[in-house]
Design a protein around this ligand. Structure first.
Ligand SMILES: [Zn+2]
Length: 109
């Protein structure tokens, strides 16, 4: 998929709205979360005053009730955990439980 002007505009809008890279990737379609992050960095969007960043959860503060899905590369300064409320009895939020489940069944197939 190509980064057309319209898609870049949409990316900027969604990014400034505070959506996560994976949410943006989902909305844009045909693009990976990593591609969204990479594009956002190239556009200089990473310094947004984002609600996501404010609730950034570091490894030592992540609570059992928060989604512990890792976001980004563990070696990266931007690395953090999802932090959304986790489903009861699960380590992840609904979105990431679905992702984890999907990955599991894919590798089993
Ligand atoms: Zn999550």
């Amino acid at each position: 998929m190509e980064w057309t002007e319209a898609r870049v505009d949409q990316l900027k809008q969604l990014w400034s709205d505070g959506l996560t890279a994976s949410q943006i990737a989902e909305k844009l379609g045909g693009v990976s979360r990593n591609a969204v992050i990479g594009k956002a960095h190239r556009l200089g969007l990473s310094s947004r005053p984002s609600p996501i960043k404010r609730k950034t959860i570091q490894l030592n503060t992540v609570s059992e009730r928060m989604c512990q899905w890792p976001i980004g590369d563990p070696g990266d300064a931007e690395f953090h955990f999802c932090g959304e409320p986790a489903l009861h009895g699960r380590p992840y939020c609904a979105e990431h439980c679905a992702t984890a489940y999907r990955r599991k069944s894919e590798s089993a197939a």
